[in-house]
Design a protein around this ligand. Structure first.
Ligand SMILES: Nc1nc2c(ncn2[C@@H]2O[C@H](COP(=O)(O)OP(=O)(O)OP(=O)(O)O)[C@@H](O)[C@H]2O)c(=O)[nH]1
Ligand SMILES: Nc1nc2c(ncn2[C@@H]2O[C@H](COP(=O)(O)OP(=O)(O)OP(=O)(O)O)[C@@H](O)[C@H]2O)c(=O)[nH]1
Ligand SMILES: [Mg+2]
Ligand SMILES: [Mg+2]
Lengths: 270, 291
């Protein structure tokens, strides 16, 4: 329905360029062009493109009653930003007067738990750690027990980075999840995948592999303050029904925002 | 995968004697999609397809293969050729030979610094690791532990140090104590952070490294070109190390970075252990990208 003035339309080439450059899956780019009748109508109205894209994203479920302590396990590939994001989540919790607990279940990487320990000091919350080489599942178990005993509001469990293609490492993660469940029935309440915004098509492979191994119910996109646009999120929504919950926008504790579908799409389209 | 889906497209080209603009157009569009699926930069893919088109059109189809198979072969050959020209070794000059590792947050710089140190120390070279990331919590600790694990010397900050003052001290130490190699690990930084890029340039001017190596995650997508260009403008890249190739990322970033900046490709990271560093194989990378 055109109004008094014809709406500005983006030609197909411009749509392609904008979406491909943003790492949107080629199949979704072609589908968008097709569904919006771009070739037939000589282009796409940007507003309608934005609505189409936003519609591909899954909204997080309504909060509902959350158990206490809310147990959240963060997973993801090496260097994605898990440890820093755990700190940010704890900081956020502290800002609203809640009492979070952290768990450094990365017992593998050099200085993995020291990194989280330093964050815990800066933020002013406790952290449960284990010795290097200790069983990550055992550390997580202890942390859940401690969170229950201390009446913490949340427990954020940081895990070691791992390649989603290494089956033994996914099994190790499953063991950690089972261990958390043993410590408190129904735990973890959440298992979130941390994804680097600069990822290309591999983001979907990562998400699919982790979702197949653990009860993933959300994703956090880190480093969105960079030049990458994280167009893979549309595939997360469309193919895997995974909602994006937060976006990391920097290296400081306050650099985490709730993910806003519309704002994200507007910024992607520029 | 390119080879599978393309075989299907190209099968339709059977029975034609010459490759023409028309009969390879649909096929080339499929190739472009396959390259995009492999994270090759959009513009780099366009240019690459154009080169393939120019090379193929007018070619006689060789006996015993279909036109489609011929195009695929040309694509593979061209990719191997391009990546082959990109392959280079670290520049061994000066004493100490100095390496500055740079890149985005979490790409694998600190781990790669230790991998390089281990490799070169095993070659009987005297290696010094310099922990110039004073920003990330426990970064110095991380490098120190890795250095201890492999028995290599490391220098970290003293109270009040900035990355520059530490680097200056390291330069003097490396010369005075006759190290063969000095490897500088730096803090991760974004290509859009002008302040941190300026700090990097200042560090480079101070250290005067023989090798400035971009450490890049193999799973990076379309932003690889822009990232590489910014780091190249800032610090003058002499090489690329692609990390986390033990995953299933196709690694199109390798092609993108080299095509866009001319940056040579030195090595690849294939795991978290300190031995997990391998030479870069152009033919393996070409097969991986083409799927
Ligand atoms: N600019 C920016 N940097 C970030 C963000 N999130 C994390 N980082 C940085 O990314 C790097 C890696 O972060 P970590 O928290 O160590 O990542 P990780 O997933 O725990 O890494 P591993 O435990 O080794 O797998 C660090 O330099 C962080 O400061 C973000 O939102 N923006
Ligand atoms: N699987 C795999 N993991 C790797 C590889 N290289 C590095 N890593 C892991 O990637 C994560 C990040 O590595 P770091 O060395 O801390 O990365 P960085 O670039 O120094 O990070 P910042 O200093 O925060 O920018 C760690 O968990 C490493 O063990 C690799 O080739 N394969
Ligand atoms: Mg970590
Ligand atoms: Mg580092």
């Amino acid at each position: 329905q055109r109004g008094a003035a014809p709406e500005e339309r983006w030609p197909v080439e411009r749509v392609e360029e904008a979406l491909y450059a943003a790492d949107v899956a080629p199949s979704l780019v072609m589908e968008a062009i097709e569904r919006l009748g771009a070739r037939r109508e000589g282009g796409v109205v940007p507003q309608r493109l934005a609505e189409h894209l936003a519609g591909l994203l899954v909204e997080p479920p309504a909060p509902g009653s959350v158990r206490r302590p809310r147990v959240v396990v963060l997973v993801g590939t090496n260097g994605s930003g898990k440890t820093t994001t755990c700190a940010k989540l704890a900081w956020r919790s502290r800002q609203t007067g809640r009492r979070p607990l952290l768990c450094a279940a990365d017992t593998f990487r050099a200085a993995g738990s020291d990194q989280l320990r330093l964050w815990a000091d800066r933020i002013g919350c406790d952290v449960v750690t284990g010795a290097t080489g200790a069983d990550a599942a055992a550390v997580a178990f202890d942390a859940v027990t401690a969170a229950v005993r201390r009446n913490a509001d949340e427990l954020y469990v940081d895990t070691a980075g791992r390649m989603h293609t290494r089956e033994p490492l996914l099994q190790e993660l499953q063991k950690l999840i089972r261990s958390v469940r043993k410590a408190r029935e129904g735990a973890p309440d959440d298992c979130w995948l941390v994804l680097d915004a600069a990822l290309g098509r591999n983001a979907l492979s990562q998400a699919s592999a982790f979702a197949g191994a653990v009860p993933l119910n959300g994703a956090i996109i880190t480093k969105l303050d960079g030049s990458a646009k994280a167009g893979f999120v549309f595939s997360l929504g469309r193919e895997l029904r995974i909602p994006v919950l937060y976006a990391g926008l920097g290296e400081s504790p306050e650099d985490l925002v709730e993910f806003d579908r519309r704002r994200f799409v507007r910024s992607l389209l520029g | 995968a390119l080879t599978n889906s393309l075989q299907a497209v190209f099968r339709r080209l059977r029975g034609q004697g010459t490759l023409t603009e028309a009969n390879i157009e649909a096929a080339l569009r499929e190739v472009r999609t396959a390259l995009l699926e492999a994270d090759v930069n959009f513009q780099v893919a366009q240019d690459f397809i154009e080169q393939v088109r120019r090379r193929c059109v007018g070619e006689e189809v060789l006996r015993g293969i279909t036109p489609g198979q011929q195009v695929i072969r040309r694509i593979y050959e061209q990719l191997v050729e391009l990546l082959g020209r990109a392959r280079r070794d670290v520049k061994w000059a000066g004493r100490p030979m100095t390496v500055l590792l740079v890149g985005l947050n979490g790409s694998g710089k600190t781990t790669t610094a230790a991998k390089l140190a281990k490799r070169w120390s095993a070659e009987r070279r005297k290696v010094l690791l310099v922990a110039c990331d004073l920003k990330r919590p426990a970064a110095v600790d991380q490098l120190r532990r890795l250095a201890e694990r492999i028995g290599v010397d490391m220098i970290g900050p003293e109270p009040g140090d900035t990355p520059a003052t530490l680097a200056a001290r390291a330069v003097r130490k490396a010369q005075r104590e006759l190290y063969d190699v000095a490897i500088y690990d730096t803090a991760g930084r974004l290509d859009v952070d002008d302040e941190l890029l300026a700090e990097l340039r200042e560090l480079r001017d101070l250290i005067r490294p023989h090798n400035v190596i971009l450490v890049l995650d193999a799973a990076v997508g379309q932003s690889a070109v822009r990232v590489a260009q910014r780091f190249h403008e800032t610090a003058g890249l002499t090489g690329l190390i692609l990390t986390k190739l033990d995953g299933d990322a196709r690694g199109g970033a390798a092609l993108s970075v080299h095509a866009a900046t001319g940056c040579p490709i030195l090595m690849v990271g294939v795991g978290e252990k300190l031995d997990d560093l391998e030479p870069f194989h152009p033919d393996r990378m070409a097969s991986r990208i083409l799927g």
